[in-house]
Design a protein around this ligand. Structure first.
Ligand SMILES: Cc1cc2nc3c(=O)[nH]c(=O)nc-3n(C[C@H](O)[C@H](O)[C@H](O)COP(=O)(O)OP(=O)(O)OC[C@H]3O[C@@H](n4cnc5c(N)ncnc54)[C@H](O)[C@@H]3O)c2cc1C
Ligand code: SF4
Length: 585
C-alpha cells in the first residue's frame, strides 16, 4: 500500500501510537467526537485474508499449515534452556518467531525475533507488528472483570485497589459489546459479569457432560464468550456475522471478520468519518515534550522501511503500543524535564508487571463417544470457559486470587490425537474412531502485580531500527507456584468426577509470557507517588498524555484482558474529548 502523505505541518488534535485493540478503540472514539486524529503504526498493512486463509484445508497447504523449512519458532524447551535475546544460535533459520509463530498462517503477522530482540529473564514475548497488532490472531475470549478484581485488595489485603469500580466501567463494557459483538450465555455470576450477548454457540456432547458434572460441585462451565458477532452488526460494513465455518480453532484469525479485529472493527469505520489519518510503517521512538510547558508536543518516528525520521505534533498524545512497548516508549522519552522517562516521577513505569500463569491442564476421554459418527465442531469460535471458583467465599490456605480454565471437545479440521504413535490404515482408523471423544482444558491464573517484576531499557542491545531493547526482570513467585499445584489437582478431580477417563495430566508451568496477556507497567491509581496514571489513564505528570492499553491495569485478575482494555479506553477517550473541548489539556 502506498503510504498516505501525512501533513507534518499540521498539529493534530490527537496522535495515537499503535493500532491494536487499544489504539483502534481510541481512533474510533476520538474520531466519533469529531477530533482530527493521526494513527501511527510501526508495522505494515497486510493483505490479511491472504495470511489467514481460514477456509484452507491442511492438505491444500504446502506444509500442512506448518512453517516453511527456512523458518523456526521457539519451543518451550528453547525458551527454558536459552536466555534472551533468543536470536543467537538460530542463524541457520532465515526467520525466527515466538512460539505462536509456528504456522504458515502466522508467519507474517508476528515479529521476527532477530529484528526485535530483548534481554534479561526468560520470557515468551509475542508481538504482532502490523496494522491491528495482536487482534488479527487473538483467541477472542472476551471476559469482563468485576469488583472481585477491581477491589481485590479489600478482599485479601494484597496490592492496590483500582481507582474505579465495576459500576464505572459497566456502561463502557456495554458499549463495546454492542459496537463489536460478543457471543455467550448469561450466568448471573457476580465474579464474571455477563455481557450483552448475541446468539451463543453450542456446547457439544462431551462439554455438556462436563458442565453437568461441575454443576454438582457448584462450579460453572459456560459457552466460550467470544468477541465474535453471531447476529451481525448493521452499523459495520466491514464485518460479517459468524457463518460457523472455517478453521476457527486455529486462532489464525477470521477472514470474514466475524471475529473482532481492530482494522475492520474500529479503524476502517473511523477512517470513514473523514477524521482519521493512518500511517503504517511508522515506528515511534520518542514522545516529544515542550520544555516551556512540560506537556507532550508530539512524537518522533522512523519510517520502518525507508528508515527516514519524522516529527509530528499533536495537542494530545495517546500511547497504545501494547503494555510492554508502551512502557518502553515512556522510558525512551527522557528529557531534561523528565530524566527518568516520561510520566515516571513515581518510578513505577515498567514495574508492577503482571499477566497470567499457564500450563496445568488435563485431557480426558468420553468412552461412550469412541467410535460414534463424527460431529462437525469446527467453525465455533471456542469451546467453553470454566469460571474461577477459588477465593470467592472461602480462603484457600496456600494462595490468594484465582484461576479459570479454557477448554473444548469435538471434531475439528485437524483431528485431535494425531500425536499418538502409529502409521498407515490402522493409525487413520484409530484417529477416526477416537477424535470426537477427547476433552481438554488448560488454566489461566492471576500473577500478582509486584514492584520487583519489571522491565527497563537494555544499555547495549538495540533493535533493527536502532531503538534500545527492553530488558526483563520478571519471574513467577510463590503464590503462582502454589496456585499451579492446585490447578493441576482440581483439573484432574473435575474431569474425573464428570466421568471421563484421564488421558494425561499436565503439571508443566509454561514460560513466563506464554499467556500473551502482559499488563500493569503504567498502573492507574489515585496517588501520583505510587501510580503512573489516574482513573482516566491520563498521566499524573503530563496531563495531555494518555496510556490506554493494558499498561494501566492495577492487577491482572484471571480473566482475559482485551475487552477490559477496550472498555477502559472508551471511557478515557470520552473524558479526553470532553477535557480537550474545555481547553483543560
Ligand atoms: C494468539 C493470541 C491469542 C490471544 N487470545 C486472547 C484472548 O482469547 N482473549 C484476550 O482477551 N486476549 C487475547 N490475546 C491478547 C490480545 O491480543 C491483546 O490483549 C490485545 O491485542 C492488546 O491490544 P493492544 O492494543 O494493547 O496491543 P496490540 O494488539 O499488540 O497492538 C499494539 C500495536 O502497537 C504497535 N506498536 C508497537 N510499538 C510501536 C511503536 N513504537 N510505534 C508505533 N506502533 C507501535 C504494534 O505494531 C501493534 O500493532 C491473545 C493474543 C494472541 C497473540
Ligand atoms: S467460525 Fe465464525 S468466527 Fe470462526 S472463522 Fe468461522 S466465521 Fe470466523
Amino acid at each position: 500500500m502506498a503510504q498516505p502523505e501525512v501533513d507534518l505541518t499540521k498539529k493534530y488534535d490527537a496522535v495515537i501510537i499503535g493500532s491494536g485493540a487499544a489504539g483502534g478503540m481510541a481512533a474510533h472514539v476520538l474520531t466519533t467526537h469529531g477530533l482530527q486524529v493521526l494513527l501511527l503504526e510501526a508495522g505494515k498493512k497486510l493483505d490479511i485474508e491472504k495470511e489467514l486463509r481460514s477456509m484452507q484445508w491442511p492438505y491444500d497447504n504446502a506444509h500442512r499449515g506448518a512453517l516453511p523449512p527456512d523458518s523456526h519458532s521457539l519451543s518451550f524447551n528453547e525458551y527454558t534452556i536459552r536466555r534472551p535475546p533468543y536470536g543467537p544460535g538460530f542463524e541457520k533459520s532465515k526467520n525466527l518467531y515466538s512460539y505462536i509463530g509456528n504456522s504458515d498462517y502466522m508467519k507474517n503477522i508476528v515479529v521476527n525475533e532477530r529484528e526485535n530482540p530483548f534481554t534479561g529473564t526468560n520470557y515468551a514475548w509475542v508481538r504482532a507488528r502490523c496494522l491491528g497488532g495482536k487482534t488479527n490472531i487473538w483467541g477472542r475470549l472476551a471476559l469482563r472483570l468485576s469488583d472481585y478484581d477491581f477491589k481485590a485488595k479489600d478482599r485479601d489485603g494484597y496490592g492496590e485497589n483500582w481507582p474505579i469500580s465495576y459500576s464505572d466501567i459497566a456502561p463502557y463494557y456495554d458499549k463495546v459489546d454492542l459496537y463489536l459483538g460478543i457471543t455467550g450465555v448469561k450466568e448471573n455470576l457476580p465474579y464474571l459479569p455477563d455481557s450483552l450477548f448475541q446468539r451463543p454457540t453450542k456446547l457439544n456432547c462431551a462439554e455438556v457432560t462436563l458442565q453437568q458434572g461441575l454443576k454438582k460441585m457448584g462450579r460453572v462451565l459456560t459457552q466460550y464468550r467470544a468477541g465474535v458477532t453471531t447476529d451481525g452488526l448493521k452499523h459495520n460494513k466491514y464485518r460479517s456475522r459468524c457463518y460457523g465455518r472455517g478453521a476457527c480453532e486455529r486462532k489464525g484469525g477470521c477472514d470474514i471478520h466475524a471475529a473482532f479485529d481492530s482494522p475492520t472493527g474500529l479503524i476502517y469505520p473511523a477512517m470513514d468519518t473523514g477524521n482519521l489519518t493512518l500511517r503504517t510503517n511508522s515506528t515511534v521512538r520518542e514522545i516529544t515534550v515542550d520544555p516551556a510547558t512540560g506537556k507532550a508536543s508530539g512524537v518522533h518516528f522512523t519510517d520502518s522501511q525507508t528508515m527516514k525520521d519524522y516529527t509530528v505534533r499533536g495537542k494530545v498524545v495517546i500511547v497504545a503500543a501494547s503494555t510492554l512497548e508502551s512502557a518502553r516508549l515512556l522510558l525512551l522519552s527522557k528529557s531534561r524535564l523528565y530524566p527518568n522517562g516520561l510520566a515516571n516521577s513515581s518510578g513505577h513505569v515498567g514495574h508492577n508487571f503482571c499477566e497470567h500463569v499457564m500450563g496445568p491442564g488435563v485431557a480426558g476421554q468420553a468412552r461412550d463417544l469412541v467410535g460414534k459418527p463424527s460431529t462437525l465442531d469446527d467453525g465455533r469460535p471456542g469451546g467453553f470457559y470454566l469460571a474461577r471458583f477459588r477465593n470467592l467465599k472461602e480462603k484457600h490456605p496456600n494462595f490468594i486470587r484465582g484461576y479459570g480454565f479454557e477448554g473444548g471437545s469435538g471434531s475439528s479440521m485437524f483431528p485431535a490425537g494425531t500425536d499418538q504413535p502409529g502409521f498407515g490404515a490402522s493409525f487413520k482408523e484409530e484417529i477416526r474412531k477416537n477424535q470426537g471423544s477427547y476433552i481438554g482444558m488448560g488454566a489461566f491464573g492471576e500473577v500478582l502485580a509486584r514492584y520487583e517484576n519489571y522491565v527497563d531499557l537494555d544499555p547495549v542491545v538495540k533493535d533493527k531500527w536502532g531503538v534500545p531493547a527492553l530488558r526483563f526482570h520478571y519471574k513467577f513467585g510463590e503464590n503462582e507456584h502454589n496456585m499451579v499445584k492446585d490447578m493441576k489437582e482440581t483439573a484432574q478431580e473435575m474431569v474425573e468426577a464428570a466421568g471421563f477417563k484421564i488421558i494425561y495430566v499436565n503439571d508443566r508451568v509454561l514460560t513466563e509470557g506464554w499467556s500473551i496477556h502482559e499488563l500493569g507497567t503504567a498502573r492507574m491509581g489515585n496517588d501520583p507517588k505510587t501510580s503512573v496514571l489516574n482513573q482516566f489513564q491520563q498521566s499524573h505528570d503530563v496531563k495531555n498524555l494518555f496510556v490506554v492499553d493494558g499498561s494501566a491495569f492495577v492487577n491482572a485478575s484471571c480473566q482475559n484482558p482485551t475487552w477490559t482494555i477496550m472498555a477502559l479506553c472508551w471511557r478515557s477517550c470520552d473524558y479526553l474529548a470532553d477535557q480537550l473541548a474545555k481547553n483543560e489539556l
